[in-house]
Design a binder for this molecule. Structure first.
Ligand code: GRF
Length: 215
C-alpha cells in the first residue's frame, strides 16, 4: 500500500466453489476485515461457482482459462498483466488451483497468501489439494488436522506460516465431513483474519522467514 491507511486492494484467485471468497466478502461486509477491498476476482475455471459469488456481490470477476492459451508462459504473462493493471496490494489464493509462476511470486514478495486445508508441514506439497488432503490425513490416522494461511513463495505450500487453526478429526469422518468441518471451523475464520491483520500492518516476516504478528 502506497500511503498510510490507504485501503488495501485485494485480488482473490479462485478455481472452485468460492466458499473462502464468500468468507472474505462477508467479513468485509461485517467489518471484520478493516481497510481492505476486493478489486478483482480471477478464476482459471469458467464454471467456478466462485465467479457467480463475485457477480452476486457486485465484484469484478475475470475468467482466465488456460485452455485458451497455447502456452503456460502466455497465460502467466496475461495473469500478471491483469494483476498489475488492478494495482493490487495483496493476492489471495482462495481455493485456487493455479500455482503462481516465479514472475508473479518475484513481483509480489510476501504479498501473496494461500489457504491450505491442513496444518503445514503436514499433508502439503505436490498432489495435496482439495479432498486429497483429507484423504491423506484420514489414511494416516491423525486425530487433529486443520488449516494454514501462509505466504506464497516459489515452492509449493512452503512459504512463511501466518495463521493456523486446529480442528479435531472425529470417529467415522470421511474426507468430505472432515473437509466441511475444517472449512467451517478453520478456513473461513483464519483467511479473513489474516487479511485483516495484513491490512492493519500487523504482520511481518523476519530474516528466518518466521512470521510475527503485532498485538
Ligand atoms: C478448500 O478446502 C480450500 O482449502 C482448498 O480448496 C477447497 C475449496 O475452497 N484450497 P473454496 O470453497 O473454493 O473456497
Amino acid at each position: 500500500m502506497s500511503e498510510e491507511n490507504k485501503t488495501m486492494k485485494l485480488a482473490v484467485l479462485v478455481s472452485g466453489g468460492g466458499t473462502n471468497l464468500q468468507a472474505i466478502i462477508d467479513a468485509i461486509a461485517k467489518k471484520q476485515i478493516h481497510g481492505a477491498e476486493i478489486a478483482v476476482v480471477i478464476s482459471n475455471n469458467e464454471n467456478a461457482y466462485a465467479l457467480k459469488r463475485a457477480e452476486a456481490a457486485g465484484l469484478m470477476g475475470i475468467c482466465l482459462s488456460p485452455k485458451k492459451y497455447d502456452s503456460r508462459d502466455n497465460f502467466n504473462h496475461d495473469l500478471k498483466d491483469i494483476l498489475d493493471s488492478f494495482h493490487v496490494d495483496l493476492i489471495v489464493l482462495a481455493g485456487c488451483l493455479m500455482q503462481m509462476p516465479p514472475e508473479i511470486v518475484d513481483a509480489y514478495p510476501n504479498r501473496i497468501i494461500n489457504i491450505h486445508p491442513a496444518l503445514i508441514p503436514s499433508f502439503c506439497g505436490k498432489g495435496c489439494y482439495g479432498l486429497h488432503v483429507h484423504e491423506k490425513a484420514l489414511a494416516r490416522g491423525v486425530k487433529v488436522s486443520g488449516a494454514t494461511v501462509h505466504f506464497v513463495n516459489s515452492d509449493l505450500d512452503a512459504g512463511p506460516i501466518i495463521l493456523q487453526q486446529a480442528v479435531n478429526v472425529e470417529e467415522g469422518d470421511t474426507p468430505e465431513t472432515l473437509q466441511k468441518r475444517i472449512m467451517e471451523q478453520a478456513e473461513w475464520k483464519i483467511l479473513p483474519k489474516a487479511i485483516d491483520l495484513i491490512a492493519q500492518g500487523k504482520v511481518s516476516v523476519d530474516e528466518n522467514n518466521i512470521v510475527h504478528i503485532a498485538k
